[in-house]
Structures are given as C-alpha cells and as structure tokens.
Write a protein that binds this ligand. Structure first.
Ligand code: GLN
Length: 487
C-alpha cells in the first residue's frame, strides 16, 4: 500500500474526495509518522491527535467538502488555536490555551483541514534557527545536527520529515522562506495584508505575514487560496479579491516563461553567499532562461540598508507588542508571594519568562523609541523603508519579478551562530527587503550544495502573488523536488 505521508496535498485531496482513502486514514498515517520520528526531529510542541481525528471524521461523514478537505496540516505555534496550547515557544505563555481561533485557523477548519498540532519556532518568531525556542531546537531532517531555519523551523521540518503535507508559517523578515530554503521545501510570504493577522501573536505588526508552506508549489498555492482574503477583523487586511494563485501555479508548471523578465539585483552580488549557493542559483537561472525567461540586471541601491533598518523597526514594534506579557493577563506569573508590588511581579515575570534574544530585541526597541533617540534611529529606519519600497517600484518598471538565492548559506550546525547575533541576522539578508516593501515572495528548492538544500527566491510586486507562483512552478518543473535521506 502507498505510504500516505509521501503524497502531495493535492493527491491526498483527490483520493479523499474520490473516497479511495478516508480522511481519518490520512490523519492517522501522519499522526503515526509524528509518533515514529518526532523524538528525533522535534518539529512539534503539541500534537492534537483527538482534534485532528475528529476533524477528519467530519470530512468522512460528508459534512465538509472543498479542494483540501481532509488534508491535515501543522500550524506554527505563534498562531492561536482555540482550546489548544499556544506558546509562541516562550515560557511566558506556557500552558496558555487561547479562547479563540486566528482567522486563518478558522479558514482551515472551514476547509475541513485537520490540524495535527503546533510547530516549534524561535521564541516569539525572533530568530533564524529555532535555537531560541524555550523548548529546545528542531532538528533539520536533512542532517539532524543542523538547524532547520527559523523562526518557523518546526513547520518546515515537519514537511521535510513527512510528518505533515502542509503547514502554516509566519514571515516577518524571512521566517517562512529561510526555513523552506534550508529544508528543501517551499514557503511563500503573501503580500502584506493579503492574509489576516487576526489571532497571530504579534511580533512586528507592520511586517508580520502568515503564509503557506508545503513540499510542492501547487500545494503551496492551494493552501494560499484557503487562507488568503479580506478579514474585517484585521485593519490592515486588503479588501480586494485574491489573485488566482492556483491557476498561476498550474500555468507555470507547463514550463513556459516566454517573455517573463527576471531581475537580478546588482547589490546582492557581493554579499558573500556560499559558493555552492551561488552555483545552484545560477544553474537554476539558466534553466529558467531555457524556458523562455529573460534576465535583466537591476539596481536597488538601498537594499544594503535593509538589514539595519529591519533590526530597528522590528525590535521597536516588538518592544511595544510584548508589553502585554506582564504576568497579569496571560501565562506565567513569577514572584507573586503577596508581599511584592505589581511592578516587581511584572519585572520578575518578564525576567523569568523571556529568553535572551527576546530580551535583546525589547531592549534595542525600547532604546530606539525613547525620546531623544527616536528620530536618529526609528525615524531614520522608516525613511530607509520608504527608499527600499521605491527601489522595488522602480525595479518592477523594468522586470516582472526579482530573483535571488533565498539565504546566503545552507543549513548550519547548531551553535555556530548563536554567539554573535549579527551572524544569525545575516540569514535573512535576501528576504528582509521584501518584508519592508510588503510584496509577496516565495522560496523554492533549486538544488543542493554539499548535500544540503538551496532555496531560490522569487519576489513580485504587491498583489501580484499569482506572478510569483507562475515562475515558482516553472522553476520546480525544471529542477524537480528534493528528498532528504530517510530518517
Ligand atoms: N530572522 C528574522 C528575525 O529574527 C525574521 C524572523 C521572522 O520572519 N519572524 O527577526
């Protein structure tokens, strides 16, 4: 019998709707796989066996139909799930069970998609390796001694380890795309405002974007279509129809890119990517040229300031968003012995509940926003953000999409970048400009370097999510998909 965990979401959906397999069988196969391998991978912080089987049974009873009905999914632990523990991988939220579902979770449930559990991540989505999870890191299925990327390393590893066919991530600076790149899976950051932030535990509200993760481009597009679209509960949600990303992916899969102009960013060239990453990227670019695409060099002179601008804007917003974790309203409370003041209890709670990277960001953000420094740091960073947006706009007058490696280096060994925060921040060198601009971008596996996956990033103009899927599917048709060694 076929191993159901090896099938794509699209094939699983067909088998389920034709009643060749039941949704309960599909959910069970994935839950059993999690039970068999997750002690080695540690992609999950919480597995909801009962909830997943119940949702699957409802599909089998014919109560819900739809393009992904019965296809199970893993959800990053920064997304609220009613009655199911949600910690954002922080001690400060240990044991918290949200009283409501995020909009995207509501949409998954309406689509009949059983939620297998909650995936590991860097605490509050701050990091690029899952090493900042308060519950221990996730191991990359390609090499268990290496990082699976971050912050959404759990979602990406769950896909690569065949524990789930689909997953939800969130991308503030690269946390969907970089984990996708280093695990050989696909991850898309939709246009900012194209997917609802309602029910995400906020990190940097002007950047946070939930999005789809899968092993194929078509599966990613199918999930994108389920979760995207206007939500009146999110004030930055875009009140416009979602472009037909599934049709675009299917068009791209025919392998014709005649007349499509791909922009390569001049300023990315000297940025110290590993030679194996550059080689895999260049080879893939040539394959796209064979499909009819044209390569044009463009200049985006302000991209070199993207990383410093991001590391002022994101911490500033996080220092404000994380003020709500005070020991009064949620989760952990430390030192409340009846003799201490409210201030002291708050401070002891935050001291005990937050990890080192989260504290670093809160301190940087508080400093950057303080009077006297606001104009010099936060104000300047916002100006840079505008200049980066203009760089994208003028590039998109000349080309249809921009392309680059997703990340300068392949999955690195644990511990090799935690001692120097800047080394960790470099993981998102190529992904961050898009977040500052707000456009969509996707990472697609394009080859291997020293046996480890390399990601190819495609960035499109805001609201042109369909365009990036077309190029992504064409690339996939030319390079194929990549399977890690058996666990
Ligand atoms: N690695 C980046 C950071 O640490 C991006 C995180 C994200 O996209 N959530 O902030």
């Amino acid at each position: 019998m076929t191993d159901l965990t090896r099938l794509s979401a699209s094939d699983l959906a067909k088998l389920i709707s034709a009643r060749e397999v039941s949704a309960v069988e599909v959910a069970t196969a994935h839950l059993d796989r999690i039970a068999a391998v997750d002690d080695r991978v540690h992609a999950f912080l919480h597995v909801d066996r009962a909830g997943a089987l119940e949702a699957a049974a409802a599909v089998d009873r014919g109560e819900i139909t739809g393009p992904l009905a019965g296809v199970p999914i893993a959800v990053k632990d920064v997304v609220t799930t009613k009655g199911v523990p949600t910690t954002a991988a922080s001690k400060i939220l240990e044991g918290w069970k949200p009283p409501y579902d995020a909009t995207i979770v509501e949409r998954l449930k309406k689509a009949g998609m059983p939620i297998l559990g909650k995936t590991n991540m860097d605490e509050f989505a701050m990091g690029s390796s899952t090493e900042y999870s308060a519950y221990g890191p996730t191991n990359n299925p390609w090499d268990l001694g290496r990082i699976p990327g971050g912050s959404g390393g759990g979602s990406a590893a769950a896909l690569a380890a065949y524990e789930a066919p689909l997953a939800i991530g969130t991308d503030t600076g690269g946390s969907i795309r970089q984990p996708g790149a280093v695990t050989g899976t696909v991850g898309a950051k939709p246009t900012y405002g194209g997917t609802s932030r309602y029910g995400l535990i906020a990190f940097s509200s002007s950047l946070d974007t939930p999005g789809p993760c899968a092993r194929t481009v078509e599966d990613t597009a199918l999930l994108h279509a389920v979760i995207a679209g206007h939500d009146p509960r999110d004030s930055t949600s875009i009140p416009q129809p979602v472009p037909d990303v599934v049709a675009a992916a299917r068009l791209g899969a025919t392998g014709d890119l005649t007349g499509v102009r791909l922009g390569i960013v001049k300023e990315f060239a000297g940025d110290g990517s590993e030679p194996g990453v550059t080689a895999a990227f260049q080879e893939s670019l040539q394959k796209l040229v064979k499909l009819g695409a044209e390569v044009v060099e463009v200049s985006c002179p302000h991209f070199e300031y993207a990383l410093p601008a991001y590391y002022l804007i994101a911490p500033s917003e996080c220092s404000s968003n994380l003020a709500r974790f005070d020991g009064v309203r949620y989760g952990l409370r430390a030192g409340d012995d009846g003799n201490r003041s409210l201030e002291e209890v708050m401070s002891l709670t935050r001291e005990a509940g937050f990890g080192p990277e989260v504290k670093r960001r809160i301190i940087i953000g508080t400093y950057a926003l303080s009077s006297g420094y606001y104009d010099a740091y936060y104000g300047q960073a916002q100006k840079v953000r505008t200049l980066i947006t203009r760089d994208f706009q003028s590039a998109f007058e000349k080309v249809d999409v921009l392309v680059s490696p997703t990340t300068p280096f392949v999955a690195f060994p644990f511990g090799s970048r935690t001692s120097d925060p800047y080394q960790m921040y470099l993981a998102d060198l190529f992904t961050i400009p898009t977040n500052l601009y707000g456009g969509p971008a996707i990472s697609v596996p394009c080859g291997l370097s020293e046996g480890l996956p390399v990601g190819f990033q495609i960035m499109a103009p805001t609201l042109a999510d369909d365009r990036m899927y077309r190029v992504a599917a064409a690339l996939e048709s030319a390079v194929g998909t990549f399977t890690p060694p058996a666990l």
